[in-house]
Design a protein. Sequence first.
Length: 379
Amino acid sequence: MTPTHGIQQVSDTQGRLAWLISGHQRVRDLLADPRLSRSHPNPGHPVRLTQPGWFGGPIPDPDGELADLQRMRKLLTPALSARRMEDLRPRIRAIVDGLLDDLERTGPPADFHSLVAYPLPALVVCDLLGVPEQDRADFLRWQLEAKQVSKPAVARGGLQSLWRYLGTLIERKRWVPSDDVIADLLRAAELDPALTDDGIAHLAAGLLFAGHAPVVAIIDRGVLLLLTHDDQREALQREPALASSAVEEIFRFASPVERQRATRRGGLTRYAAVDIDVDGVTIRAGDTVLFAVQEANEDEAVFPDSKRFDITRERVPHLSLSHGAHFCLGAHLARLKLQYLFVRLFERFPTLRLAVPLEDIHPVRDAVAGAVSQLPVTW
Ligand code: HEM
């Protein structure tokens, strides 16, 4: 069903009734509304599409969730601060260049998804956490295994290995000084005894998972968009200073694969903690609320000619990184690596193009909108 601006009742993916919020202003306002939370007011109620409690326990009730959230953000904000990101900049460049070397060695043709999009965010998180070079191949393999939801034994094994490894790493960093997020968290734990090694491991794993799938999706989506819009790619090649607005436009715009199959909807989920009136409609406490983020990103009132992919837009207040209390903590990091990647990719591979028709590129099921299973390119 095509939403009109405002609020309407729809079925969610499990066939249950939910409120769909659309329109840029309405989505933005309600994302920042503290009466809507990721936990359900009835603690026994299953919650859909949400992250686990950041400190390892089940996601708490709305009040507990707020305390949990504030604590998590206070601990992680310095870890993802502008200063740390500036320190990380040369490392990010080295990681991107190394992966583009792999692409060059492998092809043409080569699978951009598995050689660049997939490993890049995991390697950057390794740097952030201070995972030594020699351990990274194992770390990446366990992470990959941990995500195999269709093979529960493999996923469990991967998670257990990651967990054991993080425990050892934390212990090692207690004795060997380093300048990374785990070292920061160990320092924070000296002032906050409630922050245990398990708590630190949960935060580290949280960064790994929160900072992976969406970045892979945006990289795949960005490359697909640039490869299917020659004028925009050529503009970026001529003027690398467009990198920043290009990345924001990629965040705003749906993947061409999703557009083609009309499967896009995406969205963020919340539950009403109390009764809330929106445009004369009462959302009852406990009701599910879905945000039509992609439609908000295409609201003509905010993005004129919104169906056009245009990397020269001057203002791109998209909502792909959320808004309000949950605004993505990794936004700065994500922007840094994406801007460098898209410029460097087309500098090094000026004739890059898809090696198969767009129709042969398949979205990954259950993934964050935009990721694909393979992205064969040639040059
Ligand atoms: C480019 C890709 C990214 C996208 C599209 C993205 C998107 C999002 C969104 C939509 C949320 C809010 C979810 C909600 O409102 O319920 C979020 C939260 C978060 N993101 Fe990102 N993210 C990206 C990259 C990253 C990276 C690279 C990191 C860190 C390494 C990261 C860490 C986090 C964390 C820790 C939160 C939780 C914030 C909270 O709940 O308060 N993200 N992200």
